[in-house]
Structure formats: C-alpha cells, structure tokens
Design a protein around this ligand. Sequence first.
Ligand SMILES: NC(=O)c1ccc[n+]([C@@H]2O[C@H](COP(=O)([O-])OP(=O)(O)OC[C@H]3O[C@@H](n4cnc5c(N)ncnc54)[C@H](O)[C@@H]3O)[C@@H](O)[C@H]2O)c1
Length: 438
Amino acid sequence: MNISIFGLGYVGAVSLACLARDGHEVTGVDIDATKLKLIGDGKSPIVESGIMELIGEVVAAGRVNVTDDPEAAIRDTELSFVCVGTPSLPNGDQDLRALKRLAEQIGTALKSKDEPHTIVIRSTVQPGTTLHAVLPLLEEHSGKQAGKDFFLCFQPEFLREGTSIKDYDNPPMTVVGASDEAAFKQLKALFGDLPCDFIETDVRTAETLKYACNTFHALKISFANEIGRICQALGADSHRVMDLLCEDKQLNISRAYLRPGFAFGGSCLPKDLRALLYMAKRDDVDVPMLASLLPSNRIHVEHALDLVLKQQERNVGVIGLSFKSGTDDLRESPMVTLVEHMIGKGLNLKIYDPEVRVSRLIGANKKYIDEAIPHIGDLMCDSVEDAVGDAKIVIVGLSDSDILEALGSLVKPDQYVLDLVGIKDSDGIAGNVQGICW
Ligand SMILES: NC(=O)c1ccc[n+]([C@@H]2O[C@H](COP(=O)([O-])OP(=O)(O)OC[C@H]3O[C@@H](n4cnc5c(N)ncnc54)[C@H](O)[C@@H]3O)[C@@H](O)[C@H]2O)c1
C-alpha cells in the first residue's frame, strides 16, 4: 500500500519504520525540518530500541519518502495515519491546534484528489473529536463528503515508548472505530495478520477506550505503589504480596469486577478496606487513591438516587435488597443504603428480594431485619408482581434470570426502569429502561 504518516514523533516514526519494513511505500510528513532530514538520511528522530537500524534499512531500501508538503503526500498515497501530538493544556483539556491545522491541510489536499482516500486518526483524542472536530474540517476544506469521497476512522495506538517496535508487532489488540466498511477492510488488510484480535467498533468507543486503558494502567501502578507503602510500614514483603495477588486469575487478574454496575458492599469489602485505611493512618502512610474508594462508592449510590428523584414520581418498586444476586446478606448492602435514602426523601417503596424473603421468615437475617432495619422489613412484599404493580419507577438490583423474565411480562411502557445490574436483554422490557452508568 502507499501510505502517508503525518507527525513523525514516537508514534509516527515507529509506524513509518514498521510499515516500510513490512513492504509498504511510506511517505513521512512533519513540520519539523530536522526530523525530515534525519529520516531522509536514514537516521531516527527518536531514541527507541531497534529504531535506528530499522530506519536505516528501510530508507536504504528506497521505501521511505519524507516531505513537508501535505498535498503531495495525500496525492501520492491512498491511506494516511495522523500521529500529531495532542498535549495537555494547563487545565487538562487537550490541545487540538496541531490536529485541527492538519485536518485543514488534509482537507485542502483532498480537494484536488479524484480517488477516495482513507484517514486514520492515531493521536489520542477525546471522544467526539474525530467526528465532530476533524470530520467537519476535512469536509469544509475539501468540499467532499465523508463516507463517500473519503473515509475517516480512529485507531487507538497501544505501543509503549522503549518497547515500541516489539509492541507494534505484538499489540494487545487492534481496535478500529469507523462508520464505513471500507475503512475496516483497508485496516484489516494492513493489520489483520498481527497475532491479536482485530476488533471493529464505533469511533466514540475506540476514542474512549484509549483513555480507559491508560487510566487503568495509571490506576494499577498507583494501587501497587500504595499497597507497597502499606506493606513497607507493616513489615510485609510488597513484591511477594503483589506477586501472589497476581496469581489469582479468577478474581484479581481477570474480567471480574470490571463491568460497570452498582456500588460494592457486603460484609467484607467495606470492612476490610476500612481496616486497611486504618492501618495506613496509624502508621502515617498516605494512600489517597485507596482512601478515595469508599467516597467514590457512596457517590455511585447517590447517582442512583439522583436518577430516581429526577423522575419526580413517588411510587417505587425495588427488586433486590442484598448486596448482590444469590445471597441474602444485607450487611452494608448498597441497596439498603439506596432504599434508606429513598425513604428519607418520602418515596413510597415496595421491595422484593426472593432470598431475603425466605431468610426473613426463617434465616440468619431475620434478627438483622427485625432489629437493625425494621423500617425496611415492613416494606418488603412477597412477589415481583406486587413490587412492580403500582410502581412508576422500578429499580432492578438483581440479575436473577427468573425475575428478569418476569419483568419482561410485568413492566408497562409508562414505567421507568433503573437498571443497576446490566440487564442483558433490556429490549425485552417494555418500560423506559436506563442503566445506572450506561
Ligand atoms: N508516545 C507514545 O508512546 C504514544 C502512545 C500511544 C498514543 N500516543 C498518542 O499519539 C500522538 C502522538 O504522540 P507522539 O508521542 O508520537 O507525539 P510527538 O510530540 O513525539 O510527535 C508529534 C509530531 O507531530 C508533528 N506535527 C505537528 N503538527 C504537524 C502537522 N501539521 N503536520 C505534520 N506533522 C506535525 C510534530 O512536529 C511532531 O514531530 C499523541 O496524541 C499521543 O497521545 C503516544
């Protein structure tokens, strides 16, 4: 393929070298004359393991051109990668000046090109940027239409500085966000053979994913370091602790607990988190990230309450009271907290929870319900029908398949359903279903 790469920094230079190595004809474009000269001379503009040799080889093989002329680059290639910087502004927002300027230049260049061209944004950009900032500029300056005369898509870059050539050849996944089959097809032809999944999605998901990934990495590092500081104070071996933590592939290094849903609770997580924070405080160890978990969890419950209150209705049916499906344990259940908030706001509640119902009659929770939360015990009813019947709002806090099936036939179109569990087939429920964070 004939490919142009706009922006020859870390991402652009590595892409240029690897694509040329793989046999493509690559044109590198930058506004920095020094970078263009270095590459033109077969040298690397960045310091990276293996890049010096690779650029030397591909330039000697005649597969690399460099230019500061976007028009020539667009004319002579069929696909362009945009890898210009999107640095932070002082307020944390992204500085889009380079990207917007480039979109204008590419748009102008497209004006005089008859063949369709594909533009792939690889710079990290805030969700909405590709379609609402770049696309309008391309259309305005080219006088052409996206999806017809040219194609625009977003492909997040996952490589890490220092190991970028290795990462280029072994990415965790290839993700392309596009609205056109043509863009998927072209990128699959380029990257479909890499040893990872090729995932097609919409542009906004792909843009957001990059931020979610980098934030997750920062979160993991801070978690390991805060646990490390606590271990140090407690005289425990932090490396051993974290190595063993990583041994658990069921709950720790897995998909577990990584699906947006309702707040955490139960008899262990809040209690043990509080104890860990107490130990840190006692030993003067500052752990702001761990200390933020309980407040963040509280905010999530308050968010559910806000969604309910926004409906300006009084009758609420609550399905589920324990802290998760399949248990009757009510200790520190966020559903109990939500219910208490709603009682405090004067809403009329009917609550149904099959497990709690049984234990209320005979089980271990009878005493807890009768003594600790009698005000809630009185609101419990005996069937889903009863809870949903007169309600204007139905809160689903249980993912029990029988109950979800029952909701399919019980919920009426004028009922608002607040989904806290991520109901798989929410289309099968007639009401206005809204997820707590989706
Ligand atoms: N560095 C990384 O490891 C990495 C990894 C993943 C994603 N990203 C993202 O990729 C993007 C690029 O990152 P980088 O580290 O390679 O940036 P960089 O600052 O090293 O390089 C950007 C290049 O773009 C050039 N440029 C600016 N305006 C231009 C224009 N109008 N035409 C042509 N070139 C122009 C600059 O001269 C510079 O050489 C950023 O959005 C970054 O967040 C970076």
